[in-house]
Every structure is written in structure tokens, then in C-alpha cells.
Design a protein around this ligand. Sequence first.
Ligand SMILES: [Mg+2]
Length: 378
Amino acid sequence: MIGAIIGDIVGSRFEFNNTDNFDFELFTRECAYTDDTICTIAVADAAMKCVPYGKSLHHWCRQYPTPMGSYGCAFACWIASNNPRAYGSYGNGSAMRVAAIGWLFDTLEQVKEEAMMSAIPTHDHPEGIKGAVATASAIFLARTEGKEAMLEAMREYYPEWREPQLGKNPSDETCQGTMPIVFGIINKATSFEEAIRYAIAVGGDSDTIGAIVGGIAEAIWGVPEEMQAKALQYLPFEMAAVVNWLYRRKSLIEINYDNFPEYSPLNPIALSVAEGGAMGSPGNVKIVESDGTSYDFNLYNFHNETLKAICPSLIECLNGNPAIWKEVDLGAGNHLFIKEPYYKEFRRRLKVYGKVRPSWIYQNWMRIVHNMLSKSHL
Ligand SMILES: [Mg+2]
């Protein structure tokens, strides 16, 4: 997601003042975050907290009513309305805000579904939805299967790509006008920075092309640490907090025989265990501590005494669910235990989704627990 934010910030000063210079300075005092970053943060926040995307977009955009470059007219009306309705848009705004969805979900099906949900509060035209679904899917596929497999899949969405030519890209703020140049750039670039430079120097809707290209490029090449640090300096604290939260929750620390003394004893507020013979991976344990740090290991890799040292709470749960822990069935031999003070809130959040199956909870519990622990303000 930081890649999208970098593309937006770097492109911000060229949105209404295009350049065809490939060697421009990336970060200057004229740069700022724009609507693309605000909406990207709003979508990330919604996905992590399991609140509706429309509600989060409305909330965040009202918090930041006058970003550099301002909001598009129809979207500004949507923000101003107390009863906002989708307006059939196929603008590229649906594609520029979905980066986090490509990172937060574990299957392509989930990514597509969530991307669609993030588009429809405003961009409910088929091309608007397609732009969001293609962008989030591209990020997911790039990080799980690599650039070539991703590009091949993207031909299904946009068969014709435009070769990037400096200064030659027409101004076009639609999804169907933007995505062919995005994939032309990604196809040609060989690094994150090169992709960002093409995104800006081709001209057109610079900050938004920057955001879409940046989000996908990050999933292919990663983002140099210095660029991340520079971009974060442009963000208000509460936006940076959402960015940091997203990356922290993505890092699951794997406990093994070499590193367990460093982390022991783990002090979970929630943990899942897969019995022997459980569906998924038998013996797998996942742990979340109160600051959101998360761990992963297999209990069959350790002797009982070692397990006791690694995580006394796990032994308590395995030995019959003491009062302080509440059990939630995850189906097919998988169990979730949540510490009493957090259990009530977990149940409350689960209700938002209506009647859900244990297998759904199995897939989503960690995200919901992380959302509960998230410090930002929605
Ligand atoms: Mg913008």
C-alpha cells in the first residue's frame, strides 16, 4: 500500500502540470498527499476493521475535505451528502484506492469480492468495478505468483495495453482509459522506481496513474526503505498509523527451535490450534498478542516441556479451556481461544457479518482480532 501512496505523493505536483522528464526529482516541497492517498487509507482502514467501505470513505474524506488537487466533482458531492448514493461512476478513483485489499486477503476470490465491495459505494458502473477488481487482483497475483503470471491474468481484463511514451499519454480519468497504460508501464518497467517514473512522465492523470502503478509495482519489486520513510513524512500521524498497522499485521513471526527462547513466553490474547487430523495443517498454532504481534508454529515440532515454556496459555487451553479463555469453533478440528476481556468485543464484531459458518471464522478471525487491537480512530 505504501507504493500507491508514494505514486500519489510523487505525482501530486504534476497532476495539473504534466512533465515528460523521466529524471525529475521524486520528492520535493511542492509534493503532498492527495485524494488518492486519503481514499487508499480509508479502504485499508475499512478492510482491517471490518467496517463498510462506503462508511470509511465518507468518514476519512470528511476529515480531510481539501486535499491538494481536490476531489472530483461527483465524488465531492457524494462526500458532502448525508445520504450518499453510488453514482454509476467508471472513474479511475475505484482503482486508485484498493491497494490494501491486494495485501489483506488470502485468496484471489476474497480479493475480488472485497475489491468489488470497495468500488460499489460510489463506482457501481461495471467498468468502475472492473478497474478495482483488476488492480487488487494484480497486487495479489504479483505478490503470490510473480509479475509474469499476474500480467498474463490481466490480459483477461484489459487485452490491449499502451506502450508508455513520455508526455504522450492523454488526460483520461476513466478506468478503461487508465488501466491499459498502467499495465503497459508495469510490463516495461524493471524496478519500483522506474515504474513510478514512467507513471508520472507519460503525462495525464499523474497522481492517480502513480498510485495505481505504485501499488502494483510494490507487490512485484518491493519499495526501497528510503522511499518509504520519505513518503511517510508527508502523512498526518493518523494516516501513517493505518499504514504501519497494515504492515505489522502482515508479518507473522514463525517460531522454531532456534528462535523460541527469544520470544518465550508468548502472552496471547487469542490463539488458534489445529488438532491432529484437522483440516488445513494439523498441529498449527497461531497466536496474537495484545500489541498485535503475531506468531505461527506447529506444536508437534516441540516437546511438551518446551511448549510450556513457549506458551503456558496454550497448555491451559489444550488441557480443557479454563475460565479465562472462551472457545470458538472454527470447524474441522480447528479451535480458537480468546481471552475473556476480548471475547465480548470479538462476538460483537462477528455479528456485523450476520450468520457465519465456522469455516468463515477460521479464515477471518485473525483479521478481526487485529482490527480490535487497531489504534486508529474510526
Ligand atoms: Mg489525486
